[in-house]
Design a binder for this molecule. Structure first.
Ligand code: IPM
Ligand code: MG
Length: 368
């Protein structure tokens, strides 16, 4: 049966447009195999939206995002907009989108492709076989807690941020982590700082309660500081790791080192609701983006690694459109291309010239 999906493209800043173009071309190539078509529309986010509308996300683009079947995002930010106040910076557009769309669950899978085990600065035998998923709470905690402000009085300058969680916010993200674990290797690690923070004490309590409902899934708690160490000393011992917003921001960048390059990592941000459109088997509404950010130092040079974006497109097929097999086809094509030694500069083999963003995208498409 022919299917069509409406995807809002928010290419954003820096290398965003370059990698989004490759991901969309791969989607079209994969779709052609299965009578699936994608209708892309384009909106602005981040610095490019500030330049056009004076703010990092316009009301029209937010509405388009709400109406789409899924959102595909490139990256936001760059030195041109760094001087702006926090509320009007490019990052505020991304945070606003996450909050407005209720995208509370951020999935960041980190899989070490065999061909890249030696591309990591960590020892090959430590990273080989690592395959984990950071599940980051995305709409609560330190990123959104109030008060969050700076003040000044006669004694000097002060600042405060707040880390609030309601049990319902913890419960829904931990539940999702357990459901994911059942589709993977049946293990959940809940990460917190329960020896110091009240918010973590509650997190641990709720995680324990949820775990009791999933006695077929292996479960452990880990303190975030020692977990940061275990993540690079014994990464293969983890499957699904679930945590607070800021902990997830930090540990997911750390985990990227395992995969050889931040350019390799995809992500999905889901709101846990079935899609509004009837007739699709799609499990969850979501926004998909590579983890790497706008990389202004290499923007426009054709050097960016498109794999993170392409794997994000694959996640979109899997989680929002219910097209698991097609998602597998893309993942396999990426693996085959890397095995063939075709790589951008960030993961290139010593002595082998790197290919460009467009060349890597084309090589992956050829293998679909
Ligand atoms: C990420 C990024 C964002 C975050 C920035 C760009 C606001 O670092 O998605 O990890 O901190 O969440
Ligand atoms: Mg980050």
């Amino acid at each position: 049966m022919a299917q069509t999906f409406n995807v809002l493209r928010l290419s954003g800043d820096g290398v965003g447009p370059e990698v989004v173009a490759e991901a969309c071309a791969v989607l079209e190539a994969a779709g052609a195999k299965a009578d699936v078509t994608f209708e892309f529309s384009d909106g602005l986010i981040g610095g490019s939206a500030i330049d056009a509308h004076g703010k990092p996300l316009s009301d029209e683009d937010l509405q388009q995002a709400k109406d789409a079947d899924a959102i595909f995002l490139g990256a936001v930010g760059g030195p041109k907009w760094d001087h702006l106040p926090k509320e009007t910076r490019p990052e505020a557009g991304l945070l606003g989108l996450r909050k407005e769309l209720g995208l509370f669950a951020n999935l960041r899978p980190v899989k070490v492709f065999d061909a890249l085990a030696s591309a990591s600065p960590l020892k090959d035998d430590i990273v080989r076989g690592a395959d984990l998923m950071v599940v980051r709470e995305l709409t609560g905690g330190l990123y959104f807690g109030q008060p969050s402000k700076r003040t000044q009085d006669e004694t000097g300058r002060s600042a405060v941020d707040t880390l609030p969680y309601h049990e319902s916010e913890i419960e829904r993200i931990v539940e999702l982590a357990f459901k994911l674990a059942r589709q993977r290797r049946n293990k959940v690690t809940s990460v917190d700082k329960a020896n110091v923070l009240n918010s973590s004490g509650l997190w641990r309590e709720i995680a324990t309660e949820v775990a009791a409902k999933y006695d077929d899934v292996e479960f452990e708690h880990a303190l975030v500081d020692s977990c940061a160490m275990s993540l690079i000393s014994r990464p293969t011992s983890f499957d699904v790791m679930v945590m607070e917003n800021l902990f997830g921001d930090i540990l997911s960048d750390e985990a990227a080192v395992l995969a050889g390059s931040l350019g390799m990592l995809p992500s999905a941000s889901l709101n846990g609701k079935p899609p509004t459109r009837p007739g699709t088997e799609a499990p969850l509404f979501g926004m998909y983006e590579p983890v790497h950010g706008s990389a202004p130092d290499i923007a426009g040079q054709g050097k960016a690694n498109p794999v993170g974006a392409i794997l994000s497109a694959s996640m979109m097929l899997r989680f929002s459109f219910g097209l698991r097999e097609l998602s597998d086809v893309i993942d396999r094509a990426v693996g085959d291309t890397l095995d063939a030694g075709i790589r951008t500069g960030d993961i290139a083999l010593a002595g082998t010239p790197p290919v460009s963003t467009v060349e890597l995208g084309a090589a992956i498409r050829e293998r679909i």
